[in-house]
Write a protein that binds this ligand. Structure first.
Ligand code: C2E
Ligand code: MG
Ligand code: MG
Length: 544
């Protein structure tokens, strides 16, 4: 039987990571071992102790599998279910965790078909692969967490130790610029610097250029960070300066989870503003409190939606020449029972990260359409209101589906709703997402390019898609009367937009002077506190 897969090939494959390799006959349910390691052998999993699949299952589950996984795994490894999955997918693989008295290990339970009746079942220890980083030979995330957990049981870490999260500022751009080989060399360089300068007790590469380490707090002085932050990569005639950034979390309570410590160190690193030259930040109580609040807000989204705590506010947009309200921007507000009115800046970024934004935006779309339809029914005046889209909305079809559904009730949506997408979100859309924009346009819906001029504006943005309206960012409007350059750019952007058939709205207009300049520059529409602040739906209804 052993010869059936070729003993030599088989032996070369079976390294010490295979706990067992066996053949299963699915008709007789008999098993035959081709290889068993010492741990399994000592526990009675061998040709003498086990003759059939039922016995193998019983021993594996009872002697090895961690308790949490037993019930589920017992269900999954029933022969007919495995056979069905192998027929569909070519193999059956589950990751399980076993504890044979030497600590928990991750294992692959892998089954493939030899022929119609015989199956090969391997149990492979993959802890090593999961816990180590293939490139730098440091720990990976899971290895770091497992090792750090063990370390924290030692009382010596209760004082004087910190978790440091670190990466290279703008690494992606460096990688694109120099190529992957040099990018990899920079990662090795960073690893060596960290070893030399921060003397880590434990270090891991999480992904790309992101490392985490635990070291003595006394080493983490500002002098040291300032010295090691600026670096230069040299390769032949290439010289590329780059900077390293550090986020620090002082371990005060070793009973906290490692994930908690890692999150805080990362949070500190993220708090370093892009425009500043600081190379490091420490997670203090304020940062920690902000983070906890964000987590709390996120945990409350669904119940807040159900309880009606989210409200749609409207900020009117007026015709620059006549001052008449021609549109509005729908802006979300969270009327929180304890915190009062929470502004979107405090929760939108977190919602985007955690996948809640599409629910919110769908809610806004529904509200805007309902509001305008109800007014239409009552014979009252309506203006199309713009809902802000997040980048994420383009990958979750919910919003498009819902709008489509409403479209079936009515052939033209353009008088009810518009959409705004920021320039930075538009810049990172994948090809598929354009279909969404095209679909919207075919429904008569206007699309606005929001915050134009705030980031890496590019004329190709204007060329690549026919936006109906370009919205000039408040940052530019603020410069009116202060910077001649900004004024020239505004004037020419308006002219350029008109030439390509788009209208222009200026956002954040607060003064008479700004308004006068924009009118003179032939700006079409104005949005800003000078005319109206965002207001409740009731106030807006009364106004128009
Ligand atoms: P945005 O789309 O650029 O919206 C304009 C922001 O500028 C609004 O802030 C508005 O209240 C504010 N603003 C308007 N005129 C003036 C002015 O004259 N002076 C000043 N100082 N501010 C003015 P808000 O409501 O806090 O919203 C902030 C951002 O949050 C929005 O920027 C938008 O990107 C996002 N956002 C708001 N509601 C939603 C939503 O329902 N969904 C999504 N995805 N994002 C939203
Ligand atoms: Mg907007
Ligand atoms: Mg804007």
């Amino acid at each position: 039987m052993r010869g059936s897969i070729g003993l030599d090939v088989f032996d070369s494959l079976v390294k010490r990571n295979y706990d067992w390799v066996l053949e299963l006959d699915i008709n007789t349910e008999k098993v035959e071992f081709l290889h068993v390691n010492k741990l399994m052998n000592d526990n009675g999993i061998n040709s003498e102790g086990v003759k059939d699949y039922a016995e193998l299952k019983r021993l594996l589950l009872e002697r090895f599998l961690v308790e949490d996984e037993r019930e589920m795994f017992a269900m999954q490894i029933k022969i007919p279910l495995m056979v069905e999955e192998i027929k569909a997918k070519g193999n059956f693989i589950r990751t399980v965790h076993i504890d044979g008295g030497e600590g928990v290990r991750s294992e692959y339970f892998r089954v493939t078909a030899i022929d119609d009746n015989r199956y090969l079942i391997c149990l492979i220890n993959i802890t090593m692969f999961l816990d180590h980083d293939w490139m730098t030979d440091e720990y990976s995330r899971s290895g770091f967490i497992a090792e750090a957990e063990k370390m924290m049981k030692d009382p010596k870490y209760a004082q004087g130790y910190s978790v440091v999260y670190t990466n290279i500022k703008g690494f992606k751009a460096i990688n694109d610029f120099l190529g992957t080989f040099s990018g990899d060399m920079i990662i090795f360089m960073l690893r060596d610097i960290l070893h030399k300068e921060l003397e880590p007790t434990l270090i891991a590469r999480l992904e790309s250029d992101h490392f985490v380490l635990i070291t003595r707090t006394e080493l983490l002085t500002s002098e040291r960070f300032e010295r090691i932050c600026p670096q230069t990569y040299v390769e032949g005639s290439k010289r590329l300066p780059f900077s390293i950034r550090f986020g620090v979390y002082n371990i005060k309570n070793p009973n906290r989870t490692i994930q908690h410590m890692l999150d805080r160190a990362k949070l500190a690193e993220k708090s370093i503003s892009d425009n500043h030259s600081e190379s490091y930040a420490i997670c203090d109580d304020k940062l920690s409190a902000e983070y906890s609040m964000r987590r709390k807000l996120i945990s409350e989204v669904d119940s807040a939606l159900a309880k009606g705590e989210f409200k749609t506010y409207y900020q009117p947009v007026v015709d620059a020449k006549t001052g008449e309200i021609v549109s509005a921007e729908a802006l979300i507000r969270w009327v929180h029972p304890e915190r009062g009115v929470v502004s979107p800046a405090q929760f939108i970024p977190a919602f985007e990260e955690e996948g809640h934004i599409t629910k919110i935006d769908s809610f806004m779309v529904g509200n805007v359409i309902d509001f305008n339809l109800a007014r239409t029914k009552a014979g009252k005046k309506i203006v199309p209101c713009a809902v802000n889209l997040s980048r994420v909305d383009f990958y979750d079809t919910r919003l498009l589906d819902e709008t489509m559904l409403r479209f079936d009730e009515r052939n033209d949506m353009g008088d009810l709703i518009k959409f705004e997408i920021t320039e930075s979100a538009y810049a990172v859309l994948e090809a598929d997402a354009y279909l969404f924009l095209v679909e919207m346009k075919s429904m008569g819906i206007s699309l606005l390019l929001d915050d134009f001029g705030s980031g890496m504006s590019s004329l190709s943005t204007l060329e690549s898609f026919a936006f109906d309206v370009i919205k000039l960012d408040k940052g530019f409007i603020d410069q009116i009367g202060k910077s001649e350059k900004a004024e020239a750019i505004i004037k020419h952007t308006i002219g350029l937009s008109h030439d390509i058939g788009a209208k222009v709205v200026a956002e954040g207009v607060e003064t008479e002077e700004q308004l006068a300049f924009l009118k003179e520059a032939d700006c079409d529409m104005i949005q800003g506190y000078y005319f109206y602040k965002p207001m409740t739906q009731e106030e807006f209804a009364a106004l128009i």
